[in-house]
Design a binder for this molecule. Sequence first.
Ligand SMILES: [Zn+2]
Length: 328
Amino acid sequence: MRPNAHLARMLTHGSSPGMADKSMPNDPFGAGDDFVASFQIEDTSVRGRIARLGDGVLDPILKRHDYPRWAAHLLGEAVTLAVLISASLKFDGRVMVQAQGGGPIPLLVAEARSDGGVRGYLKLDKAKWDNLDRINKGQRPHIPQVLGAGVMALLLQPNDPEQAPWQSMVPIEGATLADCAQTWFAQSEQVPTRVRLTVAEISELGGTKRWRSGGALIQQVAGDVSRGETQEQWDNARHLFDTITDLELADPDLSSAELLLRLFHESGVRLEPPKVLSDKCTCSDEKLLTTLRAMPKDEIKTLADADGAITADCQFCGRLYRFPLDTI
Ligand SMILES: [Zn+2]
């Protein structure tokens, strides 16, 4: 398969111009959450990205929807994956991770934008969900069981309508969404990539639970060293990366810098300034009105309630909209 030039124009493997900020402290992350950042393993051709989503992003998104536990985990992983990919966008726009199939979760959508905004939702067939063998045994289901025979699509959508979007799909295979993502990177970017995604519910004193996630990926990018050395560097990095535990990736008391240095302390890791993320939807009166006004008038009338108004709620953020017919 040949490398795709269009995709290469949309995603970067290097630092963005002006991204490095010499005034940043050595640990730009602190113990904080809700960011994504790139890193470079020193003196190697291995680059990576790390994201931690917590109280400001993942917790409100998942609590708003109140999905069953393992469904919430899957949406959390999809949102984290979208965030990891969004960190490499070369344009202003968004990344959407979308899975569609015939399973108990027929649709899952996660979006991360270049402005740091994040949102996501899924549809759930409760009867099918309750029939899942692994759910009834209290086990985590594999993704083909919950999503069905279908595809995972990744869409890169520039805000500029003049710029063409990019979409590619992979079959829903493997045990986890990270497995699916690795297949996508292998097919689309054709860069050796390892992906880890984890979602956890952190219990606090008093019984409160908070959702958080951790995600990381590393990629072997073209280096100026000889091919043999590049391969050895990649093999070493991959071996170390694969030792990350879910506990470490989601640990609220282990900063991302500490985690990366724990893994790659022999070579050293250069961290880049993080991009701050927010739980932010893009729905608006204006957008919904534009959609409604594009529909045939007769059809709009059939959607009106007894009071002569159209009501709709945003599937991402739950915001309720109501427009009297004479305003459309
Ligand atoms: Zn919304």
